[in-house]
Design a protein around this ligand. Sequence first.
Ligand code: NAD
Length: 335
Amino acid sequence: MAKQPIESLNATTAATEAADLRVELNQWRQDYYDNDAPKVEDDVYDREYARLVALETAFPTIVTPDSPTQLVGGTVKAGFTKVQHPIPMLSLGDVFSQGELQEFDERLRQNVDEPFDYNCELKIDGLALSLRYENGRLIQGSTRGNGTIGEDITKNIMTIASIPHQLKRPLTVEVRGECYMPKAAFADLNARREAAGEPVFANPRNAAAGSLRQLDTKVTAERQLSTFMYNVADYAPLTARTQSDMLTEFADLGLTINPDFKVAHSMTEVFDYIDHYQHERPDLAYGIDGIVIKANPLPLQRSLGATVKVPRWAIAFKFPPDEQPTLLEDVEWTV
Ligand code: NAD
């Protein structure tokens, strides 16, 4: 049914519509984050979410604490030990057009006195993970979970070849990034499952999440997962003081990074980066669902901080939906 224009609503009718949207979105979130089994395509979710944001922006008094606009991710899966993230693992704000991206840039620059560059990165379609190193030794891996409490996946991450057990310097540091399943591994896995009469995975993101969040670590080990690290809980132990130098330092430490990042000195360069990777996207060995721009200086990132859900110093530009296997009502989802 066509939605009513926001201007024609009042606080009561807006609150009713928002309440219905929250029920629908929270159910989809549970399917996606907790069960790794989405029931709708991401763009359907994104459309309904955008409507909820519009309602809550027009009528701020209708926001509730259980609104998906106030929450990060999902819950801890049964059987996993909980890990508290002293520094939360957040989501990202997103935009869908160059105009919205330009507005983000203008808003940000109004609040920042000095000039700064953006670091442009690919938005890897996987799930966030955090790796804790003590004196250079890998001691813990965790999922994002709800942002403050994630799942302990230490045994699982020990089986992933791209994650070093020892850094090249004895740093105590918590690095964060994305775990993903390469397209070829995904196709191979689904082909084998189909041949064995087993249900297939909806997309590489859900295959990665289902494979990482496994109590049987042998399953994780078989699934050919990989990682790109792109963030740090606290940059103090590092030498780098920009996002781009941090990625280079990560690589020097032996961590796997995505090499396709670029410092943009203007929005024109940001838009060129977007155009380039929109064309490259089908040829990449892994799925991306957009690009992320991040204020490059790490002290600026820290001073800008975050809302309850997203950092103020970064934004995702989402690509239109990729061609993916159609979500069928009768697909039997699996982990
Ligand atoms: P998100 O996936 O849109 O963006 C935030 C995440 O991007 C980060 O947590 C991180 O894991 C990831 N990321 C990848 N590359 C990155 C990089 N270079 N730098 C920083 N972060 C990077 O946000 P979200 O809150 O995890 O999920 C929301 C999205 O999930 C929605 O937009 C929707 O598309 C999808 N979703 C779909 C359903 C569904 O039913 N289909 C349900 C819930 C959510």
